[in-house]
Design a binder for this molecule. Structure first.
Ligand SMILES: [Zn+2]
Length: 328
């Protein structure tokens, strides 16, 4: 499985000016990144006690990075200790969000590598867990770090702007309740039946999907970027397919199974692309409609915006991206 580069990978070197602007705005003292330069000058006045700033800096950092909070991970059957998000990491996330214009692939990969950096157990890899657990960990980390981002939206009915503060503790409780195990969906198609196994995919696969899918994003027009963003939501749903079996109706023993979970992202795509489109996308009987009903809608209900406080109109939007989550 390919490894995710560290957060700093996504920093554009030409963004120095932007960095400085952000640093100015949030009053970055740059202590943590410049430790080696903080050399103690020789003390000239003997009446003053000698201080050792660099020792204090490293003792400070060591002490703060060694305190952790456990997060329960049902998929692993254990709890994992996580460090709190430091100010430096939070700034880094904000920079990545700003510089990438909250591109879903970059935000996703950055979040995944941040989760791995925060885990105290270095053998831990969020990519091995399911996407359901990745969302749980994200909500847990927000709660632990007291991040309750605000989301601004404009009411589709009265046009007034509302600021909605996310309640991550409540979202975590409600999201956890939506868990559904793997399900089997049978779809008839002519002389064959397609039997799909569906469920929450591994986070690593979703990461591979984002990395591959957004390769064609750069240098595109705004309209094309928008359609790539829209299409990526359908592609995300296809990640819920774990295996597909073709059964000949005339002879139920004549079966061919593709275990999508064991394939690379590219191999998966080749299998999925060969399936008749109605089997996947038919509004009523297609497998995507079943994934939406069983997995996507319950999740959207948790992350849905509140109704407009001015006119009471129901809002269509949901907390869509990690940028929303992190207040990027
Ligand atoms: Zn309204």
């Amino acid at each position: 499985m390919p490894t995710t580069p560290p957060i700093s990978h996504y920093k554009d070197e030409t963004q120095d000016i932007l960095d400085k602007e952000i640093d100015k705005e949030i009053g970055n003292a740059q202590v943590s990144e410049q430790t080696p330069e903080l050399k103690v000058l020789p003390v000239k006045k003997p009446e003053k006690k000698p201080t050792n700033a660099s020792n204090i800096v490293s003792a400070f950092r060591q002490k703060l990075s060694s305190s952790t909070t456990p997060i329960e991970l049902p998929g692993l059957g254990k709890t994992v200790e996580f460090k709190e998000i430091s100010t430096r990491e939070q700034k880094e996330m904000s920079k990545v969000a700003l510089q990438s214009n909250s591109r879903p692939d970059i935000m996703y990969c950055t979040m995944v590598s941040l989760i791995n950096e925060l885990a105290a157990d270095k053998d831990f890899d969020i990519r091995e867990l399911t996407e359901f657990e990745r969302i749980q960990v994200t909500l847990n980390l927000q709660q632990m770090n007291k991040i309750n981002p605000e989301i601004k939206y404009t009411c589709s009915q009265c046009g007034k702007e509302t600021t909605y503060k996310l309640d991550t503790a409540k979202m975590l409780r409600n999201f956890t309740k939506t868990f559904k195990p793997e399900q089997e969906f049978k779809i008839e198609n002519g002389n064959r039946t397609f039997v799909f196994n569906a469920g929450w995919s591994k986070c690593g696969l979703v990461e591979d999907f984002f990395k591959n899918y957004y390769k064609k994003y750069d240098n595109q027009s705004k309209a094309i970027k928008e359609s790539i963003d829209n299409m990526s939501q359908i592609e995300y749903m296809l990640m819920f397919l774990k295996s597909v079996t073709l059964v000949e109706n005339s002879d139920p023993d004549d079966k061919l199974t593709a275990n999508l979970e064991e394939m690379t992202y590219g191999e998966r795509c080749q299998i999925i692309d060969s399936i008749p489109q109605s089997v996947l996308f038919d509004e009523n009987v297609g497998v995507i409609s079943k994934i939406i009903k069983h997995y996507i809608e319950p999740m959207q209900a948790v992350f849905k915006y509140k109704d407009c406080p001015f006119c009471g109109a129901e809002q269509d939007g949901a907390v869509a991206s990690l940028a929303d989550f992190l207040g990027g």
